[in-house]
Design a protein around this ligand. Structure first.
Ligand SMILES: Cc1cc2nc3c(=O)[nH]c(=O)nc-3n(C[C@H](O)[C@H](O)[C@H](O)COP(=O)(O)OP(=O)(O)OC[C@H]3O[C@@H](n4cnc5c(N)ncnc54)[C@H](O)[C@@H]3O)c2cc1C
Length: 409
């Protein structure tokens, strides 16, 4: 079995698809080594194990809205597309979505997945409770009131198998999406804050070269959109962010308002998101270092040129999850879509990390990076507390794998 990008073959001795939560509990208790696997959209061995992989997509899907608490309880294997459709049907919405709605709720949250928006939190920041199966097979529920909660949400599956989550919801809303073409670097540097706050959610696409930001996607709650974005003109036809990408797969643009879940993701739930022939990396910096980070990436444009398909600049609000990329500060993310050329990609990452890690950049847990424990630990103020929590919850390392060995030791 391979991941979505096809660059990684899981090495687990077996993959099991339980049909009930009690079956998940039995499986976790029985095996020496286990790990949960979501919809396989990560790009590395993060979800793998030498023992049993547990896939939750056959568990009965639960999506229960509680209007009095403005929250939804959702089973872990449900994908965002399905959750979003049902929430919208009942008059509710999520604050944020990632570019791809095909990903599982638990897998996305476990890796700190996010969308974009100065005032929008990562997907994990919407979590108000988690229900997970610990190494002894026992079900535990943690809510925001629990001391361990903030360490138990973004965990890359290292504290147990999530079976249900409760998420904050908001009343449903409409979004329009407009794409602007060709924004020069000077306009970006002179107006960075104005640009990222120009809409509810903003994404800037670049290859870091002299062409600057070749597309800026504004996703707004307003009725009208600017006729000119600091000199960038609105596109008069639907755009894909990748050269040659099929516009059938991208969400409605050209300013036509529609439901939040059909505009916030870049890709339509009904289509295969892209050619799949890609790898991804992402580094998330304290927002105050955004321009220094952009400068650093521009100076490496030639270095990346052989493998880059596009890069995307996004922002997000600070949160308090210990291993979240936005822990403690408003954040800017530099996402990279690479060619599916592992050797070429892993050859460029060290120079990028050498430039970005000193600016406080944290790698996306679900994407490709090379930094290991020594470089990562100083980037997370609550790192040691997370390690202590992990030792306490999983002293035998039932949820450990080669990825956790590199990252946590
Ligand atoms: C085309 C594409 C677009 C993307 N766009 C974005 C984006 O816009 N923003 C962004 O931040 N990321 C993005 N990603 C990255 C993606 O969101 C993450 O890789 C995410 O982890 C995928 O979820 P998954 O269910 O496929 O997880 P998997 O790859 O299956 O697993 C990832 C991790 O989650 C853990 N996990 C899964 N299920 C559970 C569970 N039930 N209990 C405990 N742990 C669990 C696994 O153990 C593993 O550690 C994108 C990826 C792709 C392929």
């Amino acid at each position: 079995m391979k991941n979505w990008a096809g660059n990684y073959s899981y090495r687990a001795a077996q993959a099991i698809t339980p049909q009930s939560v009690s079956h998940v509990q039995e499986l976790v208790a029985q095996h020496d080594r286990v790990h949960a696997l979501g919809s396989r959209h990560s790009f590395t061995d993060v979800a793998d194990t030498s023992g049993a992989l547990i896939l939750l997509d056959q568990l009965p899907a639960q999506i229960s809205v509680n209007a009095s608490t403005a929250s939804v309880t959702v089973s872990a294997g449900v994908r965002y597309a399905e959750l979003a459709r049902e929430l919208h049907r009942q008059g509710w919405a999520l604050e944020a979505m990632a570019s791809l709605p095909h990903i599982s709720v638990a897998g996305a949250i476990a890796t700190g997945t996010h969308g974009s928006g100065d005032r929008t939190g990562t997907l994990s920041s919407a979590v108000c409770a988690v229900e997970l199966v610990g190494p002894d097979g026992q079900l535990r529920t943690l809510t925001r009131a629990d001391a361990d909660f903030a360490g138990s949400v973004v965990t890359a599956g290292t504290l147990g198998v999530l079976v249900r989550l409760e998420l904050d919801i908001v009343p449903t809303y409409e979004i329009r999406q407009d794409v602007y073409l060709n924004l020069g670097w000077k306009a970006v540097f002179d107006n960075f804050d104005a640009l990222t706050s120009a809409a509810y959610s903003v994404s800037m696409f670049t290859n870091w070269d002299a062409a600057g930001v070749y597309q800026t996607w504004l996703k707004g709650k307003y009725d009208t959109a600017p006729s000119d974005l600091l000199g960038a003109a609105p596109a008069s036809s639907t755009q894909h962010m990748l050269v040659g990408g099929s516009i059938d797969g991208v969400t409605q643009q050209l300013g036509e308002p529609g439901p939040w879940h059909e505009r916030l993701p870049h890709f339509r739930a009904s289509h295969n998101p892209s050619r799949g022939e890609e790898l991804q990396s992402e580094y998330l910096l304290p927002r105050e270092h955004a321009l220094a980070g952009i400068d650093a990436m521009r100076s490496l444009a030639k270095h990346m040129a052989p493998v880059i398909q596009t890069a995307e600049i996004r922002t997000m609000r600070s949160d308090d999850h210990w291993l979240s990329s936005a822990y403690g500060h408003d954040t800017v993310g530099f996402h990279f879509t690479w060619l599916r050329d592992p050797a070429g990609v892993y050859a460029v990452l060290p120079a990028m990390e050498k430039a970005l890690l000193p600016l406080g950049a944290r790698p996306h847990w679900g994407k490709c990076f090379v930094a290991q424990r020594e470089q990562l630990a100083p980037l997370y103020p609550r790192w040691d507390e997370f390690l202590a929590l992990r030792s306490r919850v999983d002293p035998e390392g039932k949820f450990a794998n080669e990825w956790t060995q590199r990252v946590f030791g």
